[in-house]
Design a protein around this ligand. Structure first.
Ligand SMILES: [Zn+2]
Ligand SMILES: [Zn+2]
Length: 429
């Protein structure tokens, strides 16, 4: 028999559940039991405050909230513990935006278990591979994992057409031509398309995207050659400013004044490049401070724009080197900031900005969205010749027959059975 305490607990749990549903309906993110009780655990069966970690897929965003997740914050040299640049920005209206997809970052994006259907908007700051190297994993991984729509990619022009985003994406699709043609034939061609919007990199404060209450503007950045840009993401009266790769520049300082979240690169001190990358000293100090932003210069930028919260990225965030950057920033900036590392999460509302770490599985499947992929198009030439097809070994194919019979019956696929024709073809050879 249940005692009174248990009954009360279940009623409380029920009420908490109902309250969470009501809050979600109102667009207000529900809080944990402990948070509702002011940060203390009043119920031994209650949940802990969610201030410590973010568990992907468990927190609805409020309508007037922005969530930013660092899915890559490191360097071009690949490392298992930290991917290259990628920031996911989620708006309370449900729209999601990837800012850069640097090498290795898609494993972190995938760990968030967001349906690929909703990961179809990418904004490239520039065309260095540490900012777009995982476009292949998003493109093909999303295709096989259920993205029904084309990828949409925004990016800057260059000094000449061959230095622009359209050129890069066209050549990317040529590079992956075998992949593309074979998947188009077997799966569906639409998710393999890339719709590119290339805009003039020279124009400051230019609107490059405006839909459903989200406005994204671009600004020239100064890096190694013409082309790189910074992006301002604006939603619900709040602004997130993402520098991409840049030296301190007057556009970031002019337009970044008072933004809510300022995400800006901050590089190692030059000696680190000499000690760890074996860069010649003449290169080390140019890398740090001529075409990137040093920690001291990052601090100066933040002291002058005074964001509600600053985020430093583009360094290996590890014990050996992080303090050089931290102390460099503190020479010139005493405001709030994060030393970004992969899977760091910021929730931004008018009221406050929180920093947490996402905790997720290494073995995540994507969660399905609402849409399913269209079928393959008829009439495309089969990329497999009769000669290669004829090498199929019948005995092994027969071994899977009873498993496939059961599957086809379960899904009503009997009228699409490709086996009789295949066995006929095997006999003929
Ligand atoms: Zn770069
Ligand atoms: Zn970079």
């Amino acid at each position: 028999m249940k005692n009174l305490f248990q009954i009360n607990t279940s009623i409380a749990a029920l009420l908490t559940g109902v309250a969470a549903l009501i809050l979600a309906d109102l667009g207000i993110a529900p809080v944990s039991d402990a948070e509702a009780a002011g940060g203390v655990v009043t119920d031994p069966n209650g949940t802990a405050p969610d201030r410590y970690v973010y568990y992907p897929g468990t927190e609805p965003l409020a309508k007037d909230e922005i969530r930013v997740i660092a899915c890559g914050t490191g360097m071009p040299a690949a490392r298992r513990g930290q991917a290259a640049t990628c920031f996911l920005i989620e708006a309370g209206n449900g729209d999601k935006f990837l800012f850069d997809v640097g090498t290795g970052s898609m494993a972190n994006v995938a760990a968030l278990m967001i349906p690929y259907q909703y990961l179809d908007k990418v904004f490239l700051s520039h065309l260095h591979t540490d900012h777009m190297g995982d476009i292949d994993a998003l493109w093909a991984g999303g295709w096989t994992a259920g993205r029904p729509n084309a990828l949409r990619v925004w990016g800057p022009s260059g000094a000449t057409p061959e230095m622009g985003t359209q050129y890069a994406m066209d050549r990317f699709l040529e590079f992956v031509n075998w992949d593309k043609v074979t998947r188009e034939y077997k799966i569906s061609p639409i998710p393999g398309q890339i719709d590119v919007t290339e805009f003039d990199y020279k124009v400051p404060d230019q609107i490059v995207y405006q839909e459903n209450g989200v406005t994204i503007r671009s600004y020239p950045a100064i890096h190694i050659g013409d082309g790189p840009v910074s992006y301002m993401f604006e939603y619900a009266g709040m602004k997130v400013f993402f520098s991409g790769d840049t030296v301190p520049n007057k556009w970031f300082v002019k337009y970044g004044k008072g933004v809510d979240l300022a995400i800006h690169e901050a590089f190692f001190v030059p000696q680190t490049f000499v000690d760890y990358y074996n860069q010649p000293p003449q290169l080390g100090w140019r890398t740090c401070c001529e075409f990137h932003t040093s920690a001291q210069a990052f601090g100066k930028v933040m002291s002058s724009i005074k964001p509600r919260h600053a985020v430093a990225f583009h360094f290996f965030d590890e014990e050996a080197t992080r303090y050089g950057i931290y102390e460099g920033i503190r020479e010139t900036y005493d405001g709030p900031f994060s030393m970004a590392t992969d899977m760091m999460v910021w929730n931004v509302t008018k009221k406050d900005i929180t920093e947490r770490m996402a905790v997720s599985t290494d073995d995540a499947w994507s969660v399905p969205g609402t849409a399913q992929q269209p079928p393959p198009e008829k009439g495309r030439p089969n990329p497999m010749s009769d000669q290669i097809n004829s090498g199929r070994w019948e005995e092994a194919f027969r071994a899977q027959d009873s498993m496939l019979d059961e599957y086809m019956e379960r899904h009503n696929l009997q009228d699409q059975d490709w086996r009789p024709a295949m066995y006929e073809q095997m006999k003929g050879k």
